[in-house]
Design a protein around this ligand. Structure first.
Ligand code: FES
Ligand code: FES
Length: 177
């Protein structure tokens, strides 16, 4: 007797989530990672697949306000959740986020493969801690591996973006006095 494990025989599930502010439905197999669901079913290929096992941070997205490795989350787990990906970071078609601006100015992206994950992790940090210390930035980005930059320019870019955001929104309160 043969037992089929073909994906085509598996029941797909419909997952409803708000992705970058838009109500979205994804049809996914129960074992599908959020990373693959975003890239394949959602067409959002800005989120990168590096290791696929939680080691590199390239797949970082923000899930209900918290950064996660999308390769370690099942797509079916995000029912009803709010997801932010790199495609939603830009405030508008002709604008870039201060983090993107400073990554360009500081030369904090070289090959760029790690950059979407680093930017989303940095955004999450600045959302929670508008005035992070260098140590806090390095700690927050410890799980995001970059093989090109040596991290110094990334840290500088995040520091400058924090200053820009603070200047643009003086009411933002830093975690530190
Ligand atoms: S692809 Fe998810 S942590 Fe590397
Ligand atoms: S810029 Fe190449 S891995 Fe970070």
């Amino acid at each position: 007797m043969s037992r089929s494990t073909n994906a085509s025989t598996t029941t797909r599930q419909t997952v409803h989530a708000t992705i970058n502010g838009e109500a979205t439905e994804l049809e996914v197999e129960p074992w599908r990672s959020l990373l693959d669901a975003l890239r394949v079913e959602g067409g959002l290929t800005g989120t990168k697949k590096g290791c696929d096992v939680g080691d590199c941070g390239a797949c970082t997205v923000i899930l209900d306000g918290r950064p996660v490795n999308a390769c370690l989350v099942l797509a079916v787990e995000v029912e009803g959740c709010r997801i932010e990906t790199i495609e939603g970071l830009q405030p508008g078609p002709d604008q870039v986020h201060p983090l993107q601006e400073q990554f360009m100015c500081c030369g904090a992206a070289q090959c760029g493969f790690c950059t979407p994950g680093v930017l989303m992790m940095a955004k999450s940090l600045l959302d929670q801690t508008p005035r992070p210390s260098e140590a806090e930035i390095r700690f927050a980005l410890a799980g995001n591996i970059c093989r090109c930059t040596g991290y110094t320019k990334i840290v500088e870019a995040v520091e400058r973006a924090a200053e820009d955001l603070q200047a643009a929104q003086p009411g933002r309160q830093g975690a530190r006095a």
